[in-house]
Design a protein around this ligand. Structure first.
Ligand code: IMP
Ligand code: MG
Length: 182
């Protein structure tokens, strides 16, 4: 699926994205040696990333999903998250790795990690494909980061704008002309 270059400029292509999943998967494989691992994919943005990443982890893992949304306008989250779908598993005593598409203001992951810590996991770590530190509002760091990116609005490979573009096989920078009218 190709888009007009003026609307969406490629930032990371399919080969680069596979490479980053391999690198992160190898690191996670090492770090969780001898430990059980429950991957928590955050819907909808992490769908593509988590399915590629999990196939690069050479360990027995379990996977579960949560659907959270942060209230806010189209391109910025707010301080409140709404859990639309909670986990099926009890995470008490488990080694949990949250897999998320992007860390932006940090509001979503800040609240989510606080919520999950209260359920007493053995450990709780965060893996994000993209980190956009320029807009951070919360003191939060991811344990695994695919790429650190500048302050641009990106779509594709699971990431959306207004629920569109998730199926682009690459990550592209969306032209502000698409969302500046909101
Ligand atoms: P945060 O709460 O501001 O850290 O943002 C987290 C959520 O905002 C992510 O899970 C994404 O759904 C969305 N988001 C932030 N930046 C982008 C972007 O550049 N493109 C698409 N979605 C984004
Ligand atoms: Mg989103």
């Amino acid at each position: 699926m190709r888009m007009d270059k003026d609307i969406c400029k490629v930032m990371f292509n399919e080969v680069e994205l596979q490479g980053v999943c391999k690198r992160l998967g190898e690191q996670i494989t090492k770090d969780y040696e001898g430990k059980d691992l429950l991957i928590v994919g955050i819907l909808n943005g992490a769908i593509v990333f988590v399915t590629d990443l999990m196939r690069q982890i050479d360990r027995q893992i379990n996977i579960d999903f949560m659907s959270v949304s942060s209230y806010g306008n189209g391109t910025t989250s707010s301080g409140n998250i709404h859990v639309a779908k909670d986990l099926n598993s009890d995470i008490a005593g488990r080694n949990v790795l949250i897999v998320e598409d992007i860390l932006d203001t940090g509001n979503t992951l800040h609240q989510l990690t606080n919520m999950l810590k209260e359920r007493n996991p053995a450990s709780l770590k965060v893996c994000v494909l993209l980190d956009k530190p320029a807009r951070r509002e919360q003191e939060i760091y991811a344990d695994y980061v695919g790429y650190t990116i500048p302050d641009a609005f990106v779509v594709g490979y699971g990431l959306d704008y207004a629920e569109e573009y998730r199926n682009l096989p690459y990550i592209g920078v969306l032209s502000p002309s698409v969302y500046s009218h909101e």
